[in-house]
Ligand binder design. Structure first.
Ligand code: FAD
Length: 392
């Protein structure tokens, strides 16, 4: 019997899915199985859009189409919680399975607490994440640093700290550290992120810890909820996926890599955060940045955690929110901060959307880390109310 805490090496029993999947296609097979069995009405996964750098969230209801979503797209930088709240009525009237990076899973949990997503109807298949890549900069990096044609790239992969770029005739790898020193590599929010294994999801999958003959052919799965245990057990019994015990050394390696990534994230935080202890002091330090604001509301639109139906930032009263005045009073940012600072998951959407290039995610992350230091509250890690402690 599969139970919470169990760990396995796992791969798909379907040869086509195994070939198309990133590390054995277990996630794709599970999505297909959940649809075929009617356990869910739809799957949300990610597909190539116009090219490899254009990752598109996709709703799939036909089990035979799930295979189109196999594989990992490191330029897929959106937050899936927003898709569920904006387009699927928070999964309140349909059952879904969704692939989630840690920041997707954390945002889903935070939004669920606010009553905007029904977690009873959601199965989260989590992927470990060491970071995503900014699409435009990545295209530029492939041209300038890798000296390869971005249009010819058939695969990008992060393995053993290296970003590997592959075309039909050649393959080149450069260490992510080196790329980041040159100003390329992962998105800046991802560099600072300490959440690599999404244990708030129902199952978590990743290549870390898969060693020996299974390396590259299977994914490591950790069972992180009862719902996840049931799904995995049903799929194994149905002969959809193959599971086997992981190598003890593999478990150790996975832990070690996770710790090393957390330490690296802390170093980035130290490097980027202002050396201030007080939340208001930190906010004051960024006043000049807020003067760049053109009040386009892009940050609010992109934020998976902005949930008010009527937004006070568009009110004509008080008068400092009046239309047509830019930059707006920094109170606008303070107000947004008060709404989201407890629950910010550092997903980077606000900063990606900001045309004025205000380092919004850095500011929110820095302030959120201070709130975390004071209250011990880690957004998205459990279902308790904000600013209370304890795990799910
Ligand atoms: P598949 O069966 O190929 O399924 C992959 C699933 O991921 C599909 O549902 C696909 O639609 C979805 N997907 C693809 N791109 C994205 C995206 N950008 N956002 C959300 N969902 C997406 N594992 C590690 O151990 N260490 C890492 O550092 C690591 N980094 C990752 C970074 C990213 C951006 C992603 C997407 C995955 C990462 N993984 C990492 C997980 C790993 O790449 C595999 O996804 C995992 O091992 C499952 O393999 P699989 O063959 O079962 O997946």
């Amino acid at each position: 019997m599969v139970k919470v805490g169990d760990m396995f090496y796992v791969y798909s029993e379907d040869k086509n899915i195994r070939n198309k999947g990133e590390y054995g296609g277990a996630i794709t097979s599970l999505h297909k199985f959940l649809l075929e069995e009617g356990i869910v009405d739809a799957v949300i996964a990610v597909k190539n859009g116009s090219d490899l750098y254009d990752a598109v969230p996709t709703l799939i209801t036909d089990p035979d189409k799930v295979i189109e979503s196999a594989g990992s797209l490191h330029c897929g930088t959106f937050n899936i919680a927003k898709v569920i709240t904006c387009y699927l009525n928070g999964a309140k009237d349909m059952k879904i399975a969704v692939t989630v990076k840690p920041c997707d899973a954390m945002a889903i949990v935070e939004v669920a607490k606010k009553g905007k997503i029904d977690l009873n109807n959601v199965i989260m298949l989590g992927v470990n994440c060491g970071g995503t890549l900014p699409p435009v900069k990545t295209i530029q990096m492939i041209e300038e640093i890798y000296e390869m044609d971005p249009d010819k790239v058939i695969k990008e992969e992060i393995a053993k700290g290296k970003l590997i770029i592959e075309t039909p005739d050649t393959e080149k790898e450069i260490s992510v550290d080196e790329l980041e020193e040159m100003g390329y590599g992962r998105r800046t929010n991802c560099r600072r992120c300490e959440n690599n294994i999404p244990r708030m999801a129902d199952l978590t999958f990743g290549n870390w810890g898969v060693i020996g003959p299974m390396a590259g052919k299977a994914t490591f799965v950790e069972v992180t909820s009862k719902k996840g245990a049931e799904v995995l057990e049903k799929a194994v019994n149905a002969g959809v996926i193959h599971v086997e015990d992981p190598m003890p050394k593999g478990i150790e390696i996975r832990e070690k890599i996770d710790k090393a990534m957390v330490n690296l994230a802390k170093k980035w935080q130290q490097k980027e955060f202002k050396d201030k202890k007080d939340v208001i002091e930190i906010f004051k330090e960024y006043m000049e940045e807020f003067r760049k604001c053109i009040k386009c509301y892009g940050c609010r639109e992109a934020c998976p955690l902005c949930y008010c139906e009527e937004c006070s930032l568009e009110s004509e009263t008080p008068e400092w929110f009046k239309r047509g005045e830019i930059p707006p009073s920094p109170i606008l940012h303070l107000e947004r901060l008060l709404h989201t600072i407890d629950s910010c998951v550092n997903c980077g959407q606000c900063e990606d959307a900001c045309p004025a290039e205000i380092p919004l995610t850095r500011i929110w992350h820095e302030l959120n880390c201070r709130v975390k230091d004071i209250f011990g509250y880690v957004p998205g890690s459990h279902l308790k109310a904000p600013l209370t402690q304890g795990q799910r």
